[in-house]
Unconditional design. Sequence first.
Length: 300
Amino acid sequence: MLKKPLRLTAVLAAAGLMAAFVTSPVIAQEAPAAPAPAEAPAPDAVLGTVNGKPITNRDIDFALADLADQLGQVPPDQQRFAALMALIDIRLLAAKGEADGIAEKEPFVQRLAFLRDRALHNEIFRTTVAEAITDEEIRARYDTEVAATPPENEISARHILLETEEAAKAVIEELKGGADFAALATAQSKDPSGASNGGDLGYFTRGRMVPEFETAAFALKPGETTEAPVQSQFGWHVIRVEDVRPVQPPAFEQVAGQVRSLIMRERYFEILQGLRTSGNVDITDPAMKPAYDAAIAGQK
């Protein structure tokens, strides 16, 4: 109830995978189980032909990658055969499209040009960004971010939530008389989660609680209880701090993927920034141009 959504550090929250891959509308068919090959198949080995055009293991690998979402529901030992069947269907329908003259018509020609550009974009991203990042780079960036993070404390606290100030004052008097905080929380707190665990909120940092609660809690030392009720949007709180300790950075293994995504994002935009400077982009649409100029300015 009290806690706000956990905020990742700004550096990790910015991380995001920038490449998107084209998926085919082909839906994988049921396939009989096929024995797995004893070793990796030769990429150029021919498995068959469609209208005289060979299907190789490399073609199957392309289909497996492109149809990953559809083939994900197929058992692993059947996926290569399912990809073969999907590829055959693609080739047959593509041949019909050629025979019907679709390949020469708009907007197919424009769509094909877009898909080609997108495939080249993704290949550049894969080879110069995603696959170029080393484990050493990720570790070095993690160490840099940890070293640059200001030291911060977190506290462990309990609270009792009451509906009125008078009820909260009465609880404080009971505590001064020696009553057990956890027992009172279980018996009287209006916070359902708190009532079930003696009001224990666990450890939290600044920014996780509503402002009024946070200000009062972080002003206390371990073992201290608020002298007066604290009002928030939820009601009236009586707060006790159990412990204060330095925040430990997340383990490298927990955030390595996020750090890698951050590096990818930065490298991707670094490449784009250079290309936007050297390239020739001219937006002539009067409605689009102001938005485009503002977007580019915001990325500098």
